[in-house]
Design a protein around this ligand. Structure first.
Ligand code: ATP
Length: 240
């Protein structure tokens, strides 16, 4: 279980995340939606241990992410919206570097690298420098690196942006497969159709606060009519 308790974070006078509470269960694909500046990235960065909350607590499988960061981080893979990669490394060197950090055995990493690099169609480029990669190739390299350690929590910020239809389809299949194995997949997106089709539950955040959370059915039943996620989203996030 991933638990966010009374989580708050400000940048100066801007309250980016304002006292949010959320529970995500193993086996769920959880969509985190909200307009620009709503607080999605700030929340995600706190979950993965990159930003320290001003108040509140985050636990994963009972482990406090700020009290036991190494233990918690060994269970997490994070794909940011704009991943930084080491341009002067070859693709394979980057993957081995990540595998080393997670302490993945030789056999296991070979198996994972072979499988995911083929799935994302980058296996032919692994001996080349990352600086020669296109944006999409870098993204697929980072996705491959994030899947090497078989994370309990797979957390992605806007993962579909820049992926071609086949890679996007493959990623969605992987997300579903991970959930079937009892993992948590938590991702932010602006693409309502993806969220509507893929997620078991959805939370909408606006101005740093969760305005609704539930399954698509629950969101629909609390809306005015039988509505699409897009309409529900717009109603809940419009400025009064
Ligand atoms: P987007 O959809 O545009 O990625 P988001 O939902 O991820 O937006 P955040 O990036 O978490 O939103 O931003 C939440 C609020 O915090 C916004 O008001 C934003 O301007 C502010 N903010 C975010 N990062 C910083 C920062 N480094 N310094 C100051 N303010 C920040």
């Amino acid at each position: 279980m991933l638990k966010l308790n009374n989580l708050t974070k400000s940048y100066g006078r801007i309250k980016a995340v304002n006292n949010i509470n959320l529970e995500v269960r193993p086996g769920e694909i959880f969509g985190f939606l909200g307009p620009n500046g709503a607080g999605k990235t700030t929340t995600i960065k706190m979950i993965v241990g990159l930003l320290k909350p001003d108040e509140g607590m985050i636990t994963l499988a009972g482990i406090d992410i700020w009290q036991e960061p190494l233990k918690a981080k060994s269970m997490i893979s994070y794909v940011p919206d704009n991943p930084a990669v080491y341009d002067k490394l070859k693709g394979i060197e980057f993957l081995n570097f990540i595998a080393d950090m997670y302490g993945i055995s030789k056999e296991e990493r070979l198996r994972k690298i072979d499988y995911f690099s083929k799935l994302f169609n980058i296996e032919h480029a692994l001996e080349n420098l990352i600086s020669s990669y296109s944006h999409g190739m870098k993204q697929k390299l980072v996705l491959t690196s994030a899947l090497i350690n078989d994370p309990k929590l797979f957390i992605l910020d806007e993962p579909m942006v820049g992926l071609d239809p086949k890679s996007s389809f493959n990623l969605k299949e992987i997300m579903r497969q991970m959930c079937d194995e009892g993992k948590i997949v938590f991702f932010s997106t602006h693409v309502m159709e993806v969220a509507e089709r893929l997620c078991d539950r959805i939370a909408i955040i606006n101005k740093g606060q969760i305005v609704t959370v539930g399954t698509m059915e629950e969101l629909r039943s609390s809306a005015k009519d039988e509505e699409t996620l897009e309409k529900i989203f717009l109603e809940l996030t419009e400025d009064e």
